[in-house]
Design a protein. Sequence first.
Length: 86
Amino acid sequence: MPPKRRAASLELTIWHELAGHAIMGTALGLCAAFVLAFVDKFGIARLIAHDLEPHLTFAVFVGIFTLVFAVGATLTGFVFTMMDKR
């Protein structure tokens, strides 16, 4: 019976670690998207402001940027977790 508990506990730990990586990636992507959208060093703020639907463009930009960071951090966290559990 103890091996089943250990496997279930290990699986739960993996899911918790992946959730943590996903949350960290989401936060990092959200911060990076806001910085890129509000600091006009690269011209992204001007492009968004001169679009026909600036609010929608801003929402799509931030959403996709955040999603890419979250997925990337989750996959990286998965690889690190699997290497660590070996």
